[in-house]
Write a protein that binds this ligand. Sequence first.
Ligand code: SAH
Length: 209
Amino acid sequence: MSNQEMVEKLRQRGYITSKKIEEAMLSVDRAIFIKNSFPYEDTPYPVGMGQTISAPSVVAFMLEHLDVERGMKVLEIGTGSGYNTVLLSYLVGSGGHVISIEKISELHGIAKKNLAKYNFSQNIELYIGDGSCGYEEQAPYDRIIVTAAMPNLDKIHPFVIQLKEDGKIVAPVGSRLYQDLIVYEKKTNTSRKILPVMFVPLIGKYGFQ
Ligand code: SAH
C-alpha cells in the first residue's frame, strides 16, 4: 500500500470527506513518522516512550471535525511523532500558526527531526511542557486539538479560556482507558460526542496523575 492508497481508502470509508483534508493527507507521507514496514495500515503504532500515533482514520476524522481554515492559529496538545502537527501546518497555510506542546522531551526531539523534512512546516512552533494547562503565552486560539485522553472539559477549563469566542476544540474526553471524541463549541458551550476512542492519557495538572 502507498500513502495515496491509504488516503483513497479513508475517503471511500467516509473518514475523509473534504478536499482540503484529502490534499493535506496526500501531502504528508505517514511513513516519515513510523519506523516499521506497514506505515499505511489503519492502525495506531508506537512512537516511542510508551506513546502512540493514532490510526489515520482517527486523525482524518478529528481534522474533519476541527474545521481548520487557512490563516488560523491552532494549538495542539501532544506532539508525539509530529504527524498531526504537519497536517495542521499544511491546513493553516503560510499565514497561519500551529503551536504544539509535548510533555516528553525525547518525543519533542523526534518530532522536530520529522518536521524538518517538510518545507511548509515553517509556521510551526514546538514546545516542551505540560500542555494540560494549554499554552497561555500565545492565546487566544481559533482551534485546539488534544491528542491524549483528558478527564473533563468545562467552561472554566484553561483550554476553553484560551479559545476565541467562535473557537472549537476536538478532544478525547473520558476515563483513563475509554473516551469519547468530542467537538466543543465555545459560542454555545456545548460538547457533541462523535466517536468512542482509546487514547493514551494526558498526564498533568488538568489531566490524569
Ligand atoms: N498526535 C501525535 C500522537 C500523540 S500521542 C501524533 O500524531 O503522533 C499523545 C501524546 O501526548 C504523547 O506524545 C504524550 O507524551 C503527550 N502528552 C501526554 N500528556 C501531555 C501533556 N500534559 N502535555 C503535552 N503532551 C502530553
